[in-house]
Ligand binder design. Structure first.
Ligand SMILES: [Zn+2]
Length: 443
């Protein structure tokens, strides 16, 4: 018998690779944080002696969800200024509050609260863009989530950095100090074409190539952004990024709401990824990204929740359901984004965008054991004809019972194993009181 740290017995496993498969009566053996085998239960029983056994008789196991775009610390701004246009929301509420309030403590507490919500919803990896990345990284390590921390760059000053040069220097120093943390990876994160200069974008392209890092950037979110770019730069933002050398397999275009057919082709030709954030795009009335067209042309498309200030949930199951439904409604084609495709977008596509698809995103031997278990016994998810359909169209975060990251159990019986929810609740209330007073004074 071979030794395994954990064996999970489940009613179903959706491994994502091979695509479209639902395994029944299978078990997963894990050791050292890595998946040793996914096989029928009798075979695992004959081969592995497990130190710990978890039996989930009515559950489906899926790869942990990959939240491809968020600003985790912004959970502290959830519901602060709803129902505003993007620029009113940013200029008159979010940016002034951030200017006065954002600090290492704000980022640590906000990110920790976000991590708790994400873990309970089956998210095991998130791609973050915010100030004080080191504190976001500390919080994600404390929570035990995998995180791709964005090294943010923006031209204007904040409590974090003085100018673009300073942002980049701080980001690079952060990466140097944290690069040995096993659950962390990094990305260059120019905020958006309209907040970052040509010179800075060129520098970012150089760093990304030298350090083999993805480039995580808001892009083509609104029609105003595109019109402004045409006016000031003579070209649309995507074309500007192309000229500056940012297009390639590492580019993660966040939102990509407004794309002409030729621009979808350009993303496909360069192997770029898209982080589709449908709730944020709807809430800020930005529009609906052409996901059907992107998938048809082979653009790697993952899903992100965006920050809690513009969603207002960090719920990847809900986000993925919305992505599937919107794509059907917009194209008037119900075969666009079927359940297995939606699950692929929420897992392996996100991992690929981050350059992590060799390590996570599917349940196959050799990959890290990032796994979410979803209980399909409840009334809202009964009867179950097809577990993939049930996960995408019927289940929500409340049905996620167990979550492992790198083989470690982080959620068990719907409860966080390592984090104290009561303490996080007190932190949230503390920050709400401070921020509400500040926002009222600004108005
Ligand atoms: Zn965003």
């Amino acid at each position: 018998m071979k030794a395994a740290d954990t064996v999970i017995d489940a009613r179903w496993v959706i491994p994502i690779e091979p695509a479209g498969v639902v395994l029944e009566g299978h078990s997963i053996a894990i050791a050292g944080g890595v998946i040793l085998a996914v096989a029928p239960k009798p075979e695992i029983d004959q081969t592995y002696a497990a130190a710990q056994r978890v039996t989930l008789p009515e559950h489906v196991l899926i790869p942990g969800l990959v939240n491809l775009h968020t600003h985790a610390a912004m959970t502290l701004l959830r519901g602060l200024a709803d129902d505003k246009a993007l620029m009113d929301w940013l200029r008159n509420h979010i940016w002034p509050v951030e200017a006065k309030m954002v600090s290492p403590d704000f980022v640590y507490d906000g990110t920790l609260i976000a991590c708790a919500e994400m873990l309970r919803g089956g998210i095991t990896c998130f791609s973050d863009m915010y100030f004080f990345g080191e504190d976001a990284a500390r919080a994600s390590v404390k929570a035990g989530l995998r995180a791709a921390i964005g090294m943010i760059a923006i031209e204007f000053p904040s409590a974090y950095a003085a100018d673009a040069h300073d942002y980049l220097a701080k980001g690079l120093a952060m990466r140097d100090s944290l690069r040995d943390e096993p659950l962390l990876s990094f990305a260059m994160a120019p905020h958006a074409p309209y907040t970052v200069s040509d010179a800075t974008l060129e520098q970012i392209a150089t760093y990304a190539a030298e350090l083999d890092l993805p480039i995580h950037v808001h892009l083509h979110e609104t029609l105003d952004e595109i019109a402004e770019s045409v006016k000031t730069c003579g070209v649309r933002p995507l074309e500007r990024l192309r000229r500056l050398g940012l297009l390639g397999p590492g580019l993660i275009a966040v939102h990509a709401v407004h794309l002409e057919d030729g621009e979808i082709d350009l993303l496909a030709q360069h192997g770029c990824s898209v982080a589709h954030c449908p709730s944020s795009n709807l809430k800020l009335a930005s529009g609906i990204a052409p996901v059907g067209g992107m998938l048809a042309r082979g653009v790697n498309t993952g899903i992100g929740t965006d920050g809690a200030a513009s969603n207002n949930r960090l719920d990847m199951l809900g986000e993925t359901r919305l992505a599937a439904l919107l794509a059907k409604g917009v194209t008037r084609d119900p075969t666009v984004v079927p359940a297995h495709t939606a699950l692929h977008m929420a897992t392996l596509a996100g991992a690929k965008a981050l350059g992590l698809d060799g390590r996570i995103g599917s349940l196959v031997p050799g990959k890290h054991a990032d796994i979410a278990a979803i209980d399909l016994a409840g009334l809202e998810v009964s009867p179950c004809y097809d577990p993939a359909s049930q996960v995408i169209y019927a289940a929500g975060p409340q049905h996620v019972t167990h979550v492992w990251v790198d083989g470690k159990l982080r959620v068990a019986g719907r409860e966080l194993v390592d984090l104290d929810t009561r303490e996080l609740q007190l932190k949230a209330t503390h920050w709400r009181d401070k921020i509400r007073t500040l926002d009222a004074a600004i108005q």
